[in-house]
Design a protein around this ligand. Structure first.
Ligand code: PLP
Length: 605
C-alpha cells in the first residue's frame, strides 16, 4: 500500500504533510504506548526512578515506542494495515475501532491562511485509489481481516471513513485534539451534557439557544444535574455561582439572539482555577471567524446545520475538544449512544466547509451594511443587536469580541417597540424567508420568542417579544436592503402584506420578465426592475449602492404600476409572437401540401 520509496517519504512532500505524518506517527505511538502501558511502566520506572503518571513521565516512556514504531512501519503509516487483535479489546475508547488513528490538532499551527485551510485538506490519504474528493462510504459494516482481528473500521455507528475525514478537517480548523460529528447540534450538546453525572452542577448563560434551555431544564435535570443560569458576560456573577460541585460552564458568545459578548479567555481562566471545564456553543462563530479552543476554552460545540452546511440542506452537530482524555469519553459516548452523523451528511458538510470562508466573508460584509441600514431607521427600528460597528454592544464588549474573533458574524437582531410591527415587517419581506435557523447562503428572518426560543417558558424568557433575528446570506446586499425597506414600509402603513408577495411562492411572481421601458432598466445588467431602496434620504449615506442608479429609481407605487405595464407589454409580445408562429406554421403546411400534390401529380403521370 505504501506507494513511495521509504527514504523519500517525508522529504518529497510539503511541510504541511510532514506535519500530518508526524502527527499520525505521534498518535500511533501514543496509542501503542497506552496498550503496552503496564509493561513499559515497569521498565521505565526502573530507569527513571519515578512512578508518577504525570506528563513528564508519559513523554519519555513513549519515546522508545516511537522509535520502535518508526523501525516497524516506516515514516508513513499504512492505515489499511492497522489491526486491533480482538483478544486485547476492552470497552475503553483506545481499544475501539472507531477511527484508525486520530491526529491531535491541538496547538497545530497551519501554515495556510484561513481561506486555504477550508479547501486544502486531504480527506482520504489512506484510500488505495486516493480520490481527490472524499467519497461517501455508504456502508453499515466493514469486512474484518479475520475472526480474531478488527480492521480499521467495523461498523458505521462506531466509525466510517467519510466521518473520519470530516472529523479530521474540523479538528484541524478548530485546532482541537479531536472533533466528533453528530446527527444534529442538539445531539452534540446532549453528548457534552452526558459528560456530567448525578450531583454535578452546571452553570449556563441565561441568554442561550432555546433548544439548549429545553435540554437542560427538561431533560438533564432528570439525571440529577443541577443547573444555574447566570449572565456569563459578568465574570463576578459566574464566580459567585461556582460551587465545589460545579463541573461545567456553558455559554455562547455572541449569545443567541441578543448578541451579548462573554470574555472567553477570562471565563476559561476562572473555570480552570476551579478545575471546571468551559464549553462554548460557537455556532454563530464558525472557525473561520473564531477558534475558541485557542482562547483556552475546553469544548466547542457547533450546530453544523448552520455555517458548516451553509445551504440549509442537512442537520449535524460538532463537538471539538482540547484534551485527549475528554476526547476519549466523547468518542465512547458517540459510539455507545449511537448519535453519530451518517456518511452522506458527512459528505455534505465536507463540501460545505470548502466554501465556508467565502460564504462567511460575504455574509459578514452584507450583515454590516444591513446593520448600518437598520440603525438609521429610527423610530421604526429601536435597537440593533449586532457585535459590530454601531450595534448595541458597549465599547468594552466590542473590544472583547474583536480580541477573540475575526468579525461580527452574519447574524443580528433588532427590536421595533411593537410586536405587531415586527410581525408585519417580517411577513412583508420577500427575500428574507421566515425560517428558524441561520448561517445559510440565503437570508432568513424569525421572531425568537415564538420560533427558535419558543421552548423557553414565557415566564423564564428574558427576550423582548418584538425581537426579530436576521441571518444575512450572500445575496446582493442591495436586494436585501430593498427587501427590509419594503418590509418596514408595509409595517409602517399598517397593511397586511400582499398575498403571494414572496418571489418564489407563485410562478407568475418571479421577476423574470424584462421590462421594456428603457428608464426602468437597472444598470447592473440584471433583468429585475430596480426596487426602491431607502425609506429616508439618510438611510444609506455611508453606503455606496454600486450598480444602482438611484436617480432613475421608482418609488414603490410607481414600481408596482411599472411592473404591471411591463407585464402588459410582455403579454403583447407573446401574443405577437403567437401570431407570427401561427402564420409561419400555416405557411409551412401550405408549401408541404403543394409539394405533396405536385409529387402525386408526377407519380400519376
Ligand atoms: C446556537 C445553537 N446551538 C445549537 C442549535 C441546535 O442545532 P440543531 O438544530 O442542528 O440540532 C441551534 C439551532 O438553531 C443553535 O442556534
Amino acid at each position: 500500500m505504501d506507494r513511495q520509496p521509504k527514504d523519500c517519504q517525508l522529504t518529497s512532500k510539503s511541510h504541511l504533510s510532514q506535519d500530518f505524518d508526524a502527527r499520525r506517527l505521534e498518535n500511533a505511538a501514543w496509542r501503542l504506548w497506552r496498550k503496552k502501558q503496564q509493561q513499559d511502566k515497569d521498565t521505565d520506572t526502573a530507569s527513571s526512578g519515578s512512578k508518577e503518571e504525570d506528563e513528564e513521565y508519559v513523554k519519555p516512556a513513549a519515546r522508545p515506542n516511537l522509535q520502535a514504531l518508526r523501525e516497524a512501519i516506516g515514516d508513513r503509516l499504512d492505515f489499511t494495515g492497522v489491526r486491533f487483535p480482538l483478544a486485547e479489546t476492552s470497552c475503553e475508547y483506545d481499544d475501539l475501532p472507531t477511527f484508525p488513528i486520530r491526529p491531535n490538532f491541538a496547538n497545530f499551527k497551519n501554515k495556510l491562511q484561513p481561506a486555504s485551510e477550508c479547501v486544502v485538506f486531504d480527506g482520504c490519504p489512506e484510500d488505495p485509489y486516493h480520490p481527490s474528493n472524499t467519497p461517501i462510504y455508504q456502508t453499515s459494516t466493514f469486512v474484518q481481516p479475520s475472526s480474531s482481528e478488527f480492521g480499521a473500521y467495523d461498523y458505521t455507528r462506531s466509525g466510517n471513513p467519510t466521518r473520519t475525514a470530516l472529523e479530521k478537517h474540523v479538528a484541524m480548523l478548530e485546532q482541537a485534539a479531536a472533533a466528533f460529528a453528530f446527527a444534529s447540534g442538539m445531539a452534540a450538546l446532549h453528548t457534552v451534557m452526558r459528560l456530567l453525572k448525578a450531583g454535578d452542577e452546571l452553570i449556563v448563560n441565561e441568554d442561550i439557544y432555546g433548544g439548549m434551555h429545553r435540554l437542560i431544564t427538561q431533560d438533564c435535570i432528570h439525571s440529577g444535574i443541577k443547573v444555574t443560569f447566570v449572565d456569563t458576560t459578568k465574570l463576578e456573577t459566574v464566580s459567585k455561582a461556582i460551587s465545589p460541585n460545579t463541573k461545567l460552564i456553558h455559554t455562547e458568545s455572541p449569545s443567541n439572539p441578543r448578541m451579548r459578548i462573554s470574555d472567553l479567555r477570562a471565563l476559561a481562566n476562572l473555570a480552570h482555577r476551579h478545575g471546571i471545564l468551559l464549553c462554548v456553543d460557537s455556532t454563530m462563530m464558525p472557525p473561520v471567524i473564531c477558534k475558541p479552543l485557542t482562547l483556552g476554552v475546553d469544548i466547542v460545540v457547533h450546530s453544523a446545520t448552520k455555517f458548516f452546511s451553509g445551504h440549509a440542506d442537512c442537520t449535524g452537530g460538532l463537538v471539538c475538544v482540547r484534551d485527549p482524555e475528554v476526547a476519549h469519553r466523547v468518542a465512547f459516548l458517540q459510539n455507545a449512544e449511537g448519535t453519530a452523523l451518517a456518511p452522506f451528511e458527512c459528505f455534505l458538510f465536507l463540501r460545505g466547509i470548502k466554501t465556508m470562508f467565502l460564504r462567511v466573508e460575504r455574509a459578514q460584509e452584507n450583515a454590516q451594511h444591513v446593520a448600518n441600514f437598520l440603525m438609521k431607521q429610527r423610530p421604526y427600528i429601536k435597537n440593533v443587536f449586532y457585535p459590530g460597528k454601531g450595534g448595541c454592544c458597549d465599547a468594552q464588549s466590542l473590544a472583547i469580541h474583536c480580541s477573540q474573533s475575526r468579525g461580527p458574524g452574519a447574524v443580528l437582531s433588532f427590536t421595533t417597540g411593537c410586536v405587531d410591527f415586527s410581525r408585519r415587517l417580517l411577513d412583508a419581506c420577500r427575500i428574507f424567508k421566515t425560517t428558524v435557523s441561520f448561517g445559510s447562503v440565503n437570508s432568513l428572518g424569525e421572531m425568537p420568542c415564538t420560533m427558535s426560543h419558543a421552548s423557553i417558558p414565557a415566564e423564564k424568557r428574558t427576550l423582548p417579544a418584538d425581537l426579530v433575528r436576521l441571518s444575512i446570506g450572500i445575496e446582493d446586499v442591495h436586494d436585501l436592503i430593498a427587501d427590509l425597506a419594503h418590509g418596514i414600509k408595509v409595517a409602517m402603513e399598517g397593511r397586511a402584506p400582499d398575498e403571494n408577495d414572496g418571489y418564489d411562492s407563485k410562478f407568475e411572481d418571479l421577476p423574470v420578465v424584462p421590462s421594456f421601458t428603457p428608464d426602468m432598466r437597472p444598470n447592473d445588467g440584471s433583468t429585475r426592475v430596480p426596487p426602491s431602496i431607502a425609506l429616508t434620504d439618510a438611510a444609506d449615506s455611508e453606503f455606496n449602492y454600486q450598480g444602482f442608479d438611484r436617480s432613475a429609481a421608482a418609488g414603490p407605487e410607481e414600481l408596482c404600476s411599472a411592473d404591471q405595464s411591463g407585464r402588459k407589454q410582455c403579454r403583447h409580445l407573446l401574443q405577437h409572437l403567437g401570431q407570427r408562429h401561427t402564420m409561419l406554421a400555416v405557411g409551412v403546411l401550405t408549401s408541404g401540401l403543394i409539394a405533396f400534390l405536385a409529387a402525386r401529380g408526377r407519380t400519376c403521370k
